[in-house]
Design a binder for this molecule. Structure first.
Ligand SMILES: [Zn+2]
Length: 245
């Protein structure tokens, strides 16, 4: 396989970034480091998931990818707003509803991409990657192609002697298609965590849980992170919310 270059990958421990790791590997990219961010989100379970996923990646592909958790809790405090880092409740509504804007962390992807770019220069890595996808456009402007293109240009120009570019391989895919990629590549989706609430098990009702259920349903597959009983409940909740319109 053609060697495509080295990548610092931003991973959250969720379904999208896990699928992206397996996808990049399948395309011949070499992951040099995986970075996760602790910005004081309520759902730190993501970070535990990320750790397990990197361990799996390393053992499956005989790699030695280091997992960095960048501590942004101080920054997180300054930009605490909305439901993920502030005091607001996570709304139990479909992921594309305007109510989901409360789950925005101000300029999150811009901050994470800039830190990853600095790290890439330090490691002499050619690319940084993140798993923005099309189902997030309506709520999160920092997942849209226009943003990715502008950030890519800024990061490239800002590091001109040691250029870094952004890879966002899923930017035109829906969540269903991203999940399809992950399933086809055998990514360990059973290890991933998506729920925005910091409970022991997924709530099945926040925007990201509902979106996840939909993605697996559209792929005719049970969410491998859930027990059969939880999966039935997830479908029931999804159908209830879908009916509400
Ligand atoms: Zn949830």
């Amino acid at each position: 396989m053609e060697e495509k270059g080295t990548v610092v990958a931003i991973i959250s421990g969720g379904l999208d970034s896990t699928s992206m790791l397996w996808f990049l590997h399948s395309k011949g990219y070499s992951i040099v480091e995986a970075i996760s961010f602790d910005y004081g989100q309520k759902h730190v379970k993501e970070l535990d998931a990320a750790k397990k996923i990197i361990r799996r990646f390393n053992s499956e592909f005989s790699q030695n990818v280091k997992h960095q958790v960048v501590d942004l809790r101080n920054v997180g405090r300054l930009i605490a707003k909305g439901a993920l880092t502030g005091n607001e409740e996570v709304p139990a509504e479909m992921y594309d509803k305007e109510s989901q804007r409360i789950t925005i962390v101000p300029n999150r992807n811009g901050i994470m991409l800039n830190i990853a770019a600095g790290r890439a220069v330090t490691l002499e890595s050619r690319f940084i990657a993140y798993a923005a996808h099309a189902s997030d456009y309506s709520v999160y402007p920092d997942c849209r192609p226009e943003f990715i293109e502008a950030m890519d240009k800024a990061i490239y120009l800002g590091n001109l002697w040691t250029p870094v570019n952004i890879i966002a391989p899923f930017q035109k895919m829906t969540k269903k298609e991203v999940t399809q990629q992950g399933l086809a590549l055998g990514a360990p989706l059973e290890l991933t965590w998506s729920c925005y609430k910091g409970q022991d098990r997924p709530c099945m009702e926040c925007g990201t849980c509902l979106e996840r259920t939909e993605a697996f349903l559209l792929n005719n597959t049970r969410d491998p992170a859930l027990s059969e009983e939880e999966w039935q409940l997830a479908i029931q909740k999804y159908e209830e919310h879908k009916q509400k319109g």
